[in-house]
Structure formats: structure tokens, C-alpha cells
Design a protein around this ligand. Structure first.
Ligand SMILES: C[S@@+](CC[C@H](N)C(=O)[O-])C[C@H]1O[C@@H](n2cnc3c(N)ncnc32)[C@H](O)[C@@H]1O
Length: 333
């Protein structure tokens, strides 16, 4: 999705590139420094349009990258389900889901009227049909429910209420990778596990999260995405890095069963001249892994240097040095 594809379908017409850049910076400030009035951007047509231009284009590759981490058969099965985009905003993920091959009906739940109007204009403008929009949830058993950067705005109680109201079989969260949201995500996780959902990502097992008690760390992932050239230019003008994205992804299903990877990188620690150092969640226990660089080809060193938190791996233990497990990396899953 290029910027030029979405600009004609915005509610507000920006007079220039710098006009759009300024508005993107205002939206961004609303999310970071001015979080006290988090809903301000939702009431301003100009800011809603700026949000749309920036996050529509960057959420397309984001969803594609996130989907690569999820079980392939699960994602394929979801494509025929009813898709519920909760806190849809301008429908960035509804469109990204269609682009990924989602064929089921699309239901957007969104409380901001301006966002709803923007979503409809965009949906039709880009040639799509079959959209239902509402301010309230209704039961859609068997559906696939997505929270895209919205559960953090409504908090765990709000998100849980929606899950109960919609009664989906599958739930995916793509949320900001912030420390503040992590405890909320864990409350939602507790609820879903108690309600009979299986966790598909990121946890190896449906056991207690080893980062739950830690005051310092929180479980989040990083993806590296390639943006379209005009989007990349806009990111640079707005001084917003949209290539290296921290995020909290969680995936759950009531009906899809699979064996989760046993080992996942949860933190990339500073590498040394001789080794890669990772914190790994192995069957819900945190371990310090070390992979030695000697005997690795240049290409392999480059590949391992680019791995990010969230990557599932398979290793073989070589030896334990104090609290560090020196391992051979067998596979990146
Ligand atoms: C940051 S935007 C995300 C929009 C879109 N999902 C995306 O990722 O680009 C968050 C959206 O959640 C919506 N939202 C917040 N609380 C909500 C609630 N309780 N019910 C429905 N929508 C809500 C806001 O109106 C806003 O449009």
C-alpha cells in the first residue's frame, strides 16, 4: 500500500507534504507525550486523516510480518472466518487483512464517528464491498477478532468485555510494545486461558508468564519491515521509525490445536565479538543462551545478527557455563 494510493480517500485534504508531516507528528505526540487526552485525535478530521495516511500504509507490512510468526494452517483457516476489527479506526487492519487474503465478511467496531466515516470512505474508495460498521459488539461465534492498537486504549476490562460479547473462536492482538500495556495483556491472557482458549503466540506453554513478576522486563517483540518508498520518505520527514517496530503480539484460538515452538527469543542482548547472546523463553522459563560465532559463515552471522525478539528457534545444548547455556542453533522456525 503506497501513500499515493490512500491520499485521494482521506476525509481531509492536506495542502502539502509538510502539512501532512506536521499533522502526523501531532498524532504521534498524542500517543506519547499527551496520553492524558488520548482521544483528542479522534475528534479532529485533520488528525484522523493524518493517522490514516501514516498507519494504513505502515500496518500493511506489519500484519504481513506478524502473520509469518503465526501457525500457517491457523492463518489459512482464519481467511474464511468472519473478521471483527475491534477499535478499527480507519479500518487499517480490515484492509490489510483483505490484502493478506481474508475473504470473510468484515465487521468493524469503532466508537469514533469520524473514524467510522474515514473507514467507509477508504473501504469504498479502494474498491471493497461488504463492510458492516457498528459502535457496539454483537455475538459472532466462530469469528476471528483482531485488536489492532486498540486494547491498549480500552484496557483489559474493556477488551475482555468485547471478547465476551463477540464470542469469537480466534483472537489476535497487535498492540504497542510498551511496558505500560504488558500487565493489561497478561490480565487478558489470564481471562482467555480460563475461558478455554489456547495460546498460540508468543508463549511456549499456557503456564505462568516468567516475566509477570519482573519489574524490569516485559515480553514484547520486534519486527523489521520494508515500507514502500513514499512511506519511507514520509517516515523520515516525520522522524518516525516505521522500519524497526516494537510490538506486543498475542494469538489465541479455541479450536485450533498445535504444538507451539519450545524456545523463543524474548530479548536480544548485546552481542560480543565472539558470540550472540539472547534471553530465551524455553517452556516458560527464562534462560540466557549463547551462540558462538566461530565456525559460522559470514552470511550466517549476518542472518543471526538480524534476529529479533519474538523469533522461535530450535537449539541443541552444548554446555552450561555458569548461568549461560551455550547452544548450537539448529533452526530458525
Ligand atoms: C490507535 S487506533 C487503532 C486503529 C486501527 N485498529 C489501527 O491499528 O490502525 C485505536 C482505535 O480504538 C478505538 N477505541 C478505543 N476505545 C474503544 C472502545 N471502547 N470501543 C471501540 N473502539 C474503541 C478508537 O476510537 C481508535 O479509533
Amino acid at each position: 500500500m503506497r501513500l499515493e494510493d490512500c491520499l485521494p480517500h482521506l476525509l481531509y485534504e492536506f495542502s502539502s507534504e509538510s502539512d501532512l508531516t506536521r499533522a502526523i507528528q501531532e498524532v504521534s505526540q498524542n500517543f506519547t507525550t499527551n496520553r492524558g487526552d488520548l482521544t483528542r485525535y479522534l475528534k479532529d478530521q485533520r488528525l484522523v486523516s493524518a493517522y490514516t495516511a501514516f498507519y494504513l500504509t505502515t500496518n500493511f507490512p506489519k500484519l504481513r510480518e506478524v502473520a509469518r510468526w503465526l501457525p500457517r494452517d491457523w492463518v489459512e483457516g482464519l481467511k474464511s472466518c468472519d473478521f471483527v476489527d475491534l477499535g478499527a479506526g480507519p479500518g487499517t487492519f480490515s484492509l490489510a487483512w483483505r490484502d493478506l487474503g481474508g475473504e470473510g465478511a468484515v465487521h468493524q467496531i469503532e466508537t469514533s464517528e469520524l473514524m467510522q466515516a474515514q473507514a467507509l470512505k477508504l473501504w469504498r474508495g479502494l474498491g471493497n464491498q461488504g463492510l458492516s460498521q457498528a459502535k457496539f459488539a454483537r455475538k459472532l461465534p466462530g469469528s476471528f477478532l483482531l485488536f489492532g492498537h486498540s486494547a491498549n486504549e480500552m484496557g483489559a476490562p474493556g477488551a475482555i468485555r468485547y471478547i465476551e460479547e463477540v464470542s469469537p473462536d480466534h483472537v489476535l492482538f497487535i498492540e504497542p510494545g510498551t511496558k505500560a500495556f504488558f500487565p493489561e495483556m497478561l490480565k487478558i491472557r489470564d481471562h482467555l486461558l480460563a475461558a478455554g482458549f489456547k495460546v498460540l503466540f508468543p508463549c511456549p506453554e499456557p503456564l505462568a508468564c516468567p516475566m509477570r513478576e519482573s519489574g524490569e522486563d516485559w515480553c514484547h517483540q520486534f519486527i523489521t519491515v520494508r515500507q514502500e518508498d513514499d512511506v519511507e520518505r514520509l517516515s523520515q520527514l516525520a522522524r518516525k521509525d516505521r522500519r524497526h517496530l516494537p510490538l506486543i503480539v498475542h494469538a489465541y484460538s479455541k479450536t485450533f490445536a498445535t504444538k507451539n515452538p519450545e524456545e523463543r527469543i524474548v530479548r536480544v542482548l548485546p552481542e560480543t565479538k565472539f558470540s550472540f547472546e539472547w534471553e530465551v523463553c524455553r517452556n516458560n522459563i527464562l534462560e540466557h543462551y549463547q551462540v558462538m560465532k566461530r565456525n559460522l559463515s559470514k552470511d550466517r552471522i549476518k542472518e543471526l545478527g538480524a534476529l529479533t525478539a519474538g523469533t522461535p528457534i530450535e537449539t541443541r545444548l552444548e554446555k552450561v557455563v555458569e548461568k549461560t547455556k551455550r547452544v548450537e542453533l539448529l533452526r530458525i522456525l
